[in-house]
Design a protein around this ligand. Structure first.
Ligand SMILES: C[S@@+](CC[C@H](N)C(=O)[O-])C[C@H]1O[C@@H](n2cnc3c(N)ncnc32)[C@H](O)[C@@H]1O
Length: 719
């Protein structure tokens, strides 16, 4: 429940202005917690002179930050629009006699694609200069071209260095802001190769949240994406065909793994101000065990020479350096080490990881101990001592582990949230492990890699809120409990009957529906017919056809879908469309599936449009074919009812500039056509092209195209 706004007047005018940015006012005097102060001072996370500045920053509202997302081409165009149209138009903005600062680029984010601005929401909505920018942000966010994400939350994917051929796992992925970044990296060569050979396996143990993740990732539709719903700490072996043995299978190992683990989230206190009231050292203590097990599991799933990024939005060393140290300690001899990333993102101000810290099981934050032995020898309550393990404490070999290579980000350094990142790599095999590998018969899945049943932490763990949910994109409580119940722990080799999602089935390449689809849509012989899936128990081509790349197909075909709790695979590319009066239903290519299908579309199938026709299609929902002029009208009048792709060549008309060719799907009925993109995407396109939303609202018919079916142009996923 949002807190009731309290008056900010008692701070006087100057203070009031700063607090205007808050949506959830808690009086500044209440933004204090003795337990927090006692504990973090004892940890020595900062030099004493920095403490007040740090606390002051922790109490200020977080600036709005966003990232220009989506495909490289769209991102480039949008970023130029922000830089050359919106920023200049906002440079002299005055609101209530005060000059408002325009958005600025976040200095350390590559290619200037991330932005920060400190403007109260009220100003955004009321000031005319900001209103247009606000609409732009809203529409482009809706269509996935802009991701409102906390600046520090953008860091882990940057350190992961994902390439299009990598097999990547995002172990705790929901709601998916980092998954989106990883997908973008996987698709970075989309202009030439829209079907990357790599994989992104995004997982979350919370079923509801996996659906947020799917919704979120649908904004960058990918044939390389799989979503599963499992406990990452006991993630099962995924089998794929052996690369060396024709009929054998091998374990899927990953080149890159992101462990953005559940944490206490005290680094998000600037937006989750409720943490001020509730924080105790026990929040982090209780999560340490799960965090270690997730990281240890990731280490088992990593290829040699692979990379793991471990991150939290917590400042607590027990959730950070202690986890890294314990996981490295338990994998000694496996070639893991902390990577020195001090030369990466030079504009990012960071502090080194800690080598000493002082855990406590005392809720007051007092009674900290330098080591496990010291705690055990101390007077005090044994039941409290039992809450801490040796792993909560600094290891004796902290220097050897290079814990200072971890990154700590503090709010006062660059006006961000608090964050922790560690980059781990696995070097080449040690002689001992190489020997074991050599002895295993070719193609055999090693048994030892299946996770053991872990020791359970007492009670439940709290999943921390991440940027998207608290920024209002999803109505989820920030501290959602995730239970580690016996059932989820039992997922091993056997299927999971409690899993209720529909299975995916690949169509035969000679499936008659698929063949007729290929013929009607004029797809070339190179179209990957063996990579088309449907989602229903019978495996029938019902309403939607999905496409997956080869590695996704291998996973779906070689693993029981209930065992891996397969929640999503590949991306939807075609749907069956009712064709209206008397005509037969047929499949059409979805706008979001177009980038993947386009390379297989016979160029003769494309209709060439013009900028005047584009404007008509954007303005109205079902314009009659007779509304159009010239060659475009001739071509569409000659076509049978059905779905087509129109190429609008780059050009200029009456001040409207189309800088790149635009490809859009249309549906042609007997007498009218309609643009097959959803309303928000259409509004975003309109704003980009014409500077305002010229679309007719609500999709009412402005003509008498009575034969036009009511077309569902939503972009939701699922059958
Ligand atoms: C910090 S959030 C992840 C945020 C996400 N990476 C993003 O950028 O949007 C942690 C996530 O871990 C999930 N989680 C908690 N326990 C888990 C477990 N044992 N296995 C997998 N996911 C878990 C929670 O449901 C939550 O979505």
């Amino acid at each position: 429940m949002p807190r009731k706004k309290k008056s900010a007047f008692r701070f006087g005018n100057k203070k009031k202005k700063k607090d205007e940015y808050r949506t959830d006012l808690l009086e500044k005097a209440d933004m204090a917690n003795d337990r927090f102060a006692a504990y973090y001072k004892a940890q020595g996370i900062l030099p004493e002179p920095d403490w007040e500045e740090f606390l002051e920053a922790m109490r200020r509202a977080l600036p709005t930050t966003f990232r220009v997302a989506g495909s490289r081409l769209t991102a480039g165009i949008l970023n130029e629009n922000i830089q050359h149209i919106y920023v200049p138009s906002l440079s002299d903005a005055i609101f209530e006699d005060e000059k408002i600062p325009p958005p600025v680029q976040i200095s350390w984010y590559p290619e200037g694609l991330a932005w920060q601005f400190n403007v109260p929401k009220k100003t955004l909505r009321k000031s005319p200069e900001f209103k247009r920018f606000h609409s732009f942000l809203v529409f482009e966010t809706e269509v996935g071209n802009i991701s409102r994400q906390e600046a520090v939350s953008m860091l882990p994917p940057l350190f992961l260095d994902v390439e299009p051929h990598h097999r990547v796992m995002d172990m705790c992925a929901a709601p998916g802001s980092k998954t989106a970044q990883l997908l973008e990296a996987l698709h970075v060569q989309d202009d030439t190769t829209p079907m990357p050979s790599g994989l992104l396996l995004a997982n979350d143990s919370d079923h509801k949240r996996t659906h947020m993740l799917i919704h979120q990732s649908a904004r960058l539709p990918s044939p390389a994406l799989i979503v599963t719903n499992l406990d990452a700490s006991i993630y099962p072996v995924i089998k794929i065909p052996s690369s060396t043995h024709p009929s054998g299978k091998e374990q899927l190992l990953f080149d890159r793994i992101l462990c953005d683990v559940p944490c206490s989230g005290d680094g998000t206190i600037r937006k989750n101000v409720g943490i001020w009231k509730t924080w105790t050292p026990m929040d982090g203590n209780g999560l340490h065990g799960l965090q270690v097990r997730i990281l240890q599991r990731a280490m088992k799933l990593l290829k040699n020479s692979g990379r793991i990024v471990y991150s939290t939005c917590s400042l607590n060393p027990v959730e950070n350096e202690a986890v890294i140290a314990e996981a490295l300690g338990s994998n000694a001899g496996q070639g893991f080490y902390l990577v020195d990333v001090s030369n990466r993102l030079p504009q990012l101000i960071r502090r080194p990881g800690l080598t000493v810290w002082r855990p406590t099981a005392d809720r007051s934050g007092q009674g900290t101990h330098e080591s496990y032995d010291a705690m055990m020898k101390s007077d005090g309550d044994d039941s409290l001592k039992a809450k801490l393990t040796e792993g909560h404490f600094p290891p004796k070999n902290a220097d050897e582990l290079n814990l200072t290579r971890c990154l700590r980000i503090y709010p006062h350094l660059q006006d961000t949230g608090g964050f922790f990142v560690a980059v781990l790599e696995k070097g080449p095999l040690t002689p001992l492990t190489s020997e074991r590998e050599r002895k295993r018969p070719a193609g055999e899945v090693p048994e030892a890699v299946e996770p053991k049943r872990p020791r359970l932490d007492a009670g439940q763990v709290n999943a921390r809120a991440d940027s998207m949910e608290t920024e209002g994109a999803f109505p989820v409580r920030p501290q959602q409990p995730v239970s580690l119940d016996a059932e989820s722990l039992a997922i091993g080799q056997a299927g999971d009957a409690s899993f209720k999602e529909n299975p995916y089935t690949f169509l035969q390449a000679n499936d008659p529906i698929l063949l007729s689809c290929i013929e009607r849509l004029q797809l070339t012989p190179q179209f990957p017919s063996t990579n088309i899936l449907v989602r229903n128990p019978a495996g029938d081509a019902v309403r939607s056809l999905y496409i997956a790349n080869d590695i996704v197909r291998d996973i779906v075909q070689n693993n029981d879908y209930t065992r891996i709790r397969l929640t999503s695979a590949g991306t939807k590319v075609m749907v069956k469309q009712e064709a209206g009066r008397g005509a037969e239903a047929q499949y059409r290519i979805l706008a979001e599936g177009l980038p993947v299908v386009l390379p297989y579309l016979d160029p003769a199938a494309l209709i060439i449009g013009d900028l005047a026709s584009l404007k008509t299609l954007v303005e109205s929902y079902y314009p009659l074919c007779t509304t159009f002029q010239g060659p475009f009208r001739e071509v569409i009048e000659a076509r049978n009812p059905g779905g087509y792709i129109v190429r609008f060549p780059a050009g200029e008309l009456e001040g409207t500039i189309l800088s790149h060719d635009l490809l859009l799907p249309i549906w042609k009925s007997n007498v009218s056509i309609t643009l097959m993109i959803d309303k928000k995407a259409k509004s975003a396109l309109s704003l980009r092209l014409y500077g305002s939303d010229i679309t007719s609202k609500g999709g009412e018919r402005k003509d008498d195209a009575k034969d036009t079916p009511n077309i569902d142009i939503s972009t939701t996923t699922g059958e």
